[in-house]
Design a protein around this ligand. Structure first.
Ligand code: GLY
Length: 352
């Protein structure tokens, strides 16, 4: 079992181990006086894992109510969030109770936002079941809902009481879902850790997930502790996300987040190389690593199609966009770019 302590405005542990779902109640009981837990999960994850988690919570004295929501980014809407809030209210949950988000990033973002605003905030526990949610979305307290106009346009920070990552849950992910998680791991390597970046294909082949998640979460912890509210260095975690979010949105959520981030990292690396900010050999290494993980490195979208989404990017301030630019594997920088130059960056990145 590995524990990473996050000292944010609320301090909490991210616990990573196989078999954690069955021990969830015992791990949470010392952290809260809550009597009730609303277990929120997607309709694919529910049949796989909700029973085990519910049983474990009940054994430790939590009365559990189950709320199943439809899966997929297309449902990360105010409407689904409203259903969760109505469920909490109908079932007379109080702010002393817990919302337990079981699933991937969509469930964590949605249930997290509901927990943050229900009666101005009740307890939240994140139980990620995907590699992607384990290494990124479940840690650091970001919650979000999409609008038709743009991804993650609504949200707030709500640090959980705990994050419980049961690596056994990754055994039911298909190859594509695993690849999407590895895209976020590659992002951490590209940002901070050259050795980890190049070791990823082997670590993944050997299914050394506890080690992979712990390494990624430890890097994320360092940024969250320095910049919890995402005004400074934490924005490095947006590597690949400006162009990635634009791809997701342009595809109407048909391109999954991890693939979009991978293509977004390839695009920004290509654009950086075109501007002499990153050596060609480093670009080749980045593209080769993404290809070795079977992740996309190209896009069919035009710069015009992606620009509309970039204008909605939360990372935009006025007429300036903050891009995360690779200088070398393991070293990236924040760069302010006038929005008027964004089309050029997209084209240099490979957009038509
Ligand atoms: N997903 C990026 C962050 O948590 O800051």
């Amino acid at each position: 079992m590995t524990t990473v302590r996050i000292e944010a405005s609320r301090a909490y542990d991210v616990t990573i181990a196989p078999g954690l779902l069955g021990r969830a109640g015992a791990l949470l009981r010392p952290l809260t006086q809550a009597k009730r837990a609303a277990l929120v999960c997607g309709d694919r994850v529910g049949p796989l894992y909700a029973g085990t988690l519910q049983g474990a919570l009940e054994q430790s004295g939590f009365a559990v109510s189950l709320k199943v929501i439809p899966h997929g980014e297309a449902y990360k809407t105010l409407e689904t969030c409203g259903e969760i809030l109505a469920f909490l209210s109908r079932n007379a949950f109080t702010r002393g109770d817990l919302v337990v988000a079981l699933g991937g990033g969509v469930t964590g973002d949605l249930a997290g936002f509901a927990a943050a605003v229900y009666q101005r905030g009740c307890g939240l526990v994140q139980v990620p079941t995907t590699l992607l949610a384990a290494v990124d979305a479940s840690v650091g307290g970001k919650t979000a809902v999409d609008l038709p106009e743009g991804k993650n346009q609504i949200g707030c920070f709500c640090q959980p009481l705990a994050v419980l990552c049961d690596t056994d849950a990754f055994s039911t992910l298909d190859a594509r879902e695993l690849r999407c998680g590895l895209a976020e791991c590659a992002k951490i390597g590209l940002l901070f850790d050259r050795d980890f970046f190049f070791a990823l294909p082997a670590l993944a082949r050997e299914r050394r997930y506890e080690e992979i998640v712990a390494r990624c979460v430890a890097y994320k912890r360092d940024l969250v502790e320095k910049d919890e509210f995402d005004r400074g260095e934490r924005r490095l975690l947006n590597l690949g996300h400006s162009f990635g979010h634009a791809l997701e949105q342009a595809s109407r959520w048909q391109i999954p987040h991890g693939e979009a981030v991978a293509a977004g990292m390839a695009m920004i690396a290509r654009a950086a190389a075109a501007r002499g900010l990153c050596a060609d050999g480093e670009l080749d290494a980045i593209l080769a690593l993404l290809a070795a993980l079977s992740l996309p490195t190209e896009t069919d979208y035009s710069a015009d199609e992606l620009l509309a989404a970039l204008e909605k990017d939360k990372k935009r301030e006025g007429d300036t966009l903050t891009l995360v630019v690779p200088r070398a594997v393991g070293r990236c920088e924040l760069l302010s770019v006038p929005l008027a130059e964004a089309a050029g960056w997209l084209r240099d990145g490979g957009a038509r």
